[in-house]
Write a protein that binds this ligand. Sequence first.
Ligand SMILES: [Zn+2]
Length: 181
Amino acid sequence: MERNRAYGRLRYATDEDFREKRLAEGKLPEVKERKRLTALKSSRKKRAEDPEGYRAKKARGMRELRVKNPEFAQAQNKNTKGWAKRNPGAVKVGKLARRAREIGAAGAFTQAEWHALLESFANTCPRCGRSDEPLTADHIVPLACGGSNDISNIQPLCRLCNCKKGTKTVRYNPWPTEGNE
Ligand SMILES: [Zn+2]
C-alpha cells in the first residue's frame, strides 16, 4: 500500500500525461477534499471535548507563527480586515462570544443558530415591530446578571430597543405579540 502510494506520488511528480489524466478525472481534488474533511472532523471533535483548551492551543500556535513570520502576520491582518467586511454577522457573533468568555458566561451560539432565530422572529424587532433595521443579539438575562451566551438566552432586538431594554430581564415573543394584533 505504502509502496503503491510512493509510486503514485513519483509518477504524479514526473509524468505529465498521468498528472493531466488524474486531474481530469477529478480524483486528486477528491482525495484532498476527503483529507480536509477528516482533519475537520478530528479538530471539531477536539474542540467539542475541550473548547477552552482547543481555543488556547490554536491561539498559542497562531501567536508563535505570527511572531516567527511578520510577513505572514501582515498578510493575515489584511485578510482579516477583508473577511470582517464580508462577514459582519460572524464578527458580531464572535464579539459577543468573546465578551461572554471574558465574563465567564456559559454557552455559545453559532451564526447558524442566530440566523434561524432571526428567521423565527421574521427579521422583525419584537419590541417595536420594525423590520427595516439590522437586529442585534440581546441577552434576555444580561451577561452582567449571570445570563448565559447560549442561544436560549438570545433574542433579536433593534439597536434602539436593545439600548432601551438595558440590563432588565425581558423576554419578547415574536412580533406581532399576542393581544397586539
Ligand atoms: Zn425595536
